[in-house]
Design a protein around this ligand. Structure first.
Ligand SMILES: Nc1ncnc2c1ncn2[C@@H]1O[C@H](COP(=O)(O)OP(=O)(O)OP(=O)(O)O)[C@@H](O)[C@H]1O
Ligand SMILES: [Mg+2]
Length: 235
């Protein structure tokens, strides 16, 4: 579903991505790990079309997004990709419900439909009671679940998350991780998750290890004897 080839990116004289090739299948949960400064966020932003690469191509289901105009690209992004960040980034002056509805409005959904969809998502997240609370009145775990609901409102095919559980305690972290798997199992969503959390990386289908702007190796969650992890050594 996502095919990226030869992605390069520099900031000034610093080459941050040195040629990344990556294929992500529909329904896969892929984690991206690596030391601080390895280029994980840069890669995710480029995959999510929030930033442009210097070279290389990105295709979503055969659509070459690198060739879309700025307007078409933001439409594409709003409809197909949901984002979750480390610090929820909810708008403080709006309620949980309104925060979830905003991307639906941007996509042109009517008010009643957007509200219905947002309420369904709040229910799925066990947050119905919190619908009319502002972010400052929600716990960290609740805020992050609202942020996930917001990412889901336009029915995206893929969720891209940058250290989504980085600011959560272990219980909320565990719940958020389970939610990702539930969403994949129930709705076939695809996930690309940048994380420093080894527990999360261990349970994702595939882990991409990024180092110095290159893919160092890939590992699989539960390799069976027939399905050995793909590493440089046994490729
Ligand atoms: N907009 C920018 N301008 C200049 N340099 C940048 C910019 N964004 C990132 N960098 C640099 O690119 C490198 C990779 O940054 P990136 O944010 O992708 O790392 P990361 O792997 O996500 O690290 P962390 O785990 O700390 O979040 C770093 O050296 C960073 O300082
Ligand atoms: Mg980062």
């Amino acid at each position: 579903m996502i095919d990226i080839k030869g992605i390069t990116k520099s900031f000034g004289s610093l080459q941050v991505l040195k040629g990344i090739d990556l294929h992500i299948n529909k329904g896969e949960i892929v984690s991206i790990v690596g030391p601080s400064g390895a280029g994980k966020t840069t890669l995710l932003q480029i995959m999510g079309t929030l930033d442009k690469p210097d070279g290389g191509s990105i295709e979503f289901d055969g659509v070459n997004v690198s060739s879309l105009s700025t307007n078409k690209l933001s439409n594409f992004r709003n409809l197909h990709i949901g984002f979750v960040f480390q610090f929820h980034q909810l708008l403080p002056e709006f309620t949980a419900l309104e925060n979830i509805m905003i991307p639906a409005f941007i996509a042109g959904m009517g008010r009643s439909e957007a509200k219905q969809r947002a309420m369904e998502l709040l229910e799925f997240m066990n947050l119905t009671e919190r619908a009319n609370h502002k972010p400052s009145e929600l716990s960290g775990g609740e805020k992050q679940r609202v942020a996930v609901a917001r990412a889901l409102v336009n029915n995206p095919a893929v969720i891209m998350a940058d250290e989504p559980s980085g600011s959560l305690d272990s219980k909320n972290k565990e719940e958020l991780h389970q939610l990702f798997f539930q969403l994949r199992d129930n709705f076939g969503l695809t996930f690309v998750i940048v994380t420093h959390d080894e527990g999360l990386a261990a349970i994702t289908d595939r882990t991409i290890h990024l180092k110095d702007g290159m893919i160092e190796r890939e590992t699989n969650a539960t390799p069976t004897p027939q399905e050995q992890p793909i590493t440089k050594e046994n490729e």
